[in-house]
Design a binder for this molecule. Sequence first.
Ligand SMILES: C[S@@+](CC[C@H](N)C(=O)[O-])C[C@H]1O[C@@H](n2cnc3c(N)ncnc32)[C@H](O)[C@@H]1O
Length: 260
Amino acid sequence: MPLSKKQLSALLDQEQYPLSAKYDPDWVIDNEMGPNVLWLTEELCRHMKLEPGMRVLDMGCGRAMSSIFLAKEFGVQVWANDLWISATDNYKRICEAGVEDRVFPIHAEARALPYADKFFDAIVSLDSFHYYGTDVHYLEFYLLKLLKPGGQIGIVSPASPERLPHPLPSYLGDEWYFMNTVEWWRDQWTRNPFIELIHAELFPRGWELWIKWQEFLEASDRRNRPDEVTELEQLRADSGKHLGFVTMVGRRTKSKEPQR
Ligand SMILES: C[S@@+](CC[C@H](N)C(=O)[O-])C[C@H]1O[C@@H](n2cnc3c(N)ncnc32)[C@H](O)[C@@H]1O
């Protein structure tokens, strides 16, 4: 028998993420594109300072759940930028959430962003930055210029506590070849003169939350993606050895202009 909404809500209710627990589990399932983005966003926000009225760019927002969450919980204005999901699709969801005065859907590729230089107070990217942000030049050439000097940038992306062996352990299959370590991510930002690193750590209990998320999807019996049973098996077999997340926050350096 399918679980009731109350039972599903209880599964999503993690003590450390009280803001996320307020959201309708059906809405979260319908719009999910990976491990619960509300948990990822709430965790990231612990390390950032967001104030009402700030302009925030949500890079790779998917179905804009994080953008809606940021607008509702922190009173910020959000430019919900995505590639795979259209602006019209996200606008519908934004209107249904009643935040169309504060969340603006944009369809744009990460290397062709249509924003003015120094427009944003903060940039966030949840489970997305690894698709475009691993190029050592990406921050300097494309993203940091959009931030005000001193503005914040925060990401949560998949990362491994330790270097993945090659070949990968058989239980991981092939798809995790792209995972960088937390140390790799920290180094990318530490050596960048245009960013001052504030925080770069393994996401606390990230792999356990990832398992809880997959168990929640299994219990809901409404898995949206065909690979999810495998992902749960992989996560259980791995027990946090290689599959996890990095949380990183930095500020655009005040004294140096990105060159391009
Ligand atoms: C795994 S989904 C995560 C979506 C959302 N942040 C979430 O957690 O629910 C990754 C997102 O990154 C976006 N993305 C990937 N490559 C991109 C690119 N080159 N430019 C802009 N967005 C990109 C995709 O459109 C996709 O929605």
